[in-house]
Write a protein that binds this ligand. Structure first.
Ligand SMILES: [Fe+2]
Ligand SMILES: [Fe+2]
Length: 242
């Protein structure tokens, strides 16, 4: 069942509490009372259709309203993607890291296993951070600049600076798979670490890695399937302007 505008926000959370992080990215926090999705979105000046389409892609993995999502404004989409990056770097990754630190100071695993896990995680964190930095400093500003220029909010000169730096075709080609290493990290824990004296902390880490992977899958899918075509469309419009 998909989430609709007339459902109460409290029902949405009871139905799928994993959506809370996604809802937060729209600037919406807990304390919904009896308000419906529509009312909460209105109060926070959030585009209702974008909100529903997006949270439903998380809620139901087989739901992906491509044509609706392609109509979204670049600045709205980039804002959402940016907040997702913040969630990864400021919350989720530090949370996993704090569990790993706790594990390193515990005696539940042998030294060698602790080191392997720690090294692999640090490599993954560096890779994810670099991936996000490229998007935040090059891809997203480029998309915003293109939209502003087409709406005549910035001059051709201002846009030219961005055009020299980037094209979306380059991004599409280079957009790396940041879930692959995460999959390897999960497998190290599931398959190769010798059985610890107490698995509980490892189970929590594993659970968090699965959650991060699901979120990243959705995030990357939106970048590839929605952001790239929206920017391509703007590049086309730009080439047709005199
Ligand atoms: Fe991203
Ligand atoms: Fe990405």
């Amino acid at each position: 069942m998909l989430i609709n505008k007339d459902m109460k926000m409290v029902e949405v959370i009871h139905m799928n509490h994993h959506l809370l992080h996604v809802i937060n990215r729209f600037g919406i926090q807990l304390g919904f009372g009896e308000k419906s999705v529509e009312v909460v979105c209105k109060e926070h000046q959030v585009d209702l259709n974008f909100f529903l389409d997006l949270i439903n892609t998380y809620h139901n993995r087989s739901y992906f309203p491509l044509q609706n999502l392609l109509k979204i404004k670049a600045n709205m989409l980039v804002d959402y993607l940016h907040k997702t990056h913040q969630y990864y770097l400021e919350f989720k990754v530090p949370e996993i890291e704090s569990y790993i630190d706790r594990l390193l100071s515990d005696n539940v695993l042998e030294e060698e296993s602790k080191q392997l896990l720690s090294d692999f995680f640090q490599q993954y964190k560096a890779e994810l951070t670099q991936h996000i930095q490229i998007e935040e400093t090059m891809v997203y500003p480029y998309a915003i600049a293109l939209e502003k220029y087409l709406k005549q909010k910035i001059s051709k000169e201002e846009l030219t600076g961005y055009l020299k730096k980037y094209s979306i075709a380059e991004y599409e080609e280079e957009h790396g798979d940041i879930e692959e290493k995460l999959f390897d990290l999960k497998n190290i824990i599931i398959k190769y670490l010798p059985a610890p004296r107490d698995s509980r902390l490892l189970n929590v880490i594993l659970h968090d890695l699965f959650e991060l992977e699901l979120d990243l899958n959705n995030h990357c899918h939106i970048e590839n399937m929605i952001l790239v075509p929206i920017v391509e469309e703007m590049e086309k419009a730009l080439s047709e302007t005199p």
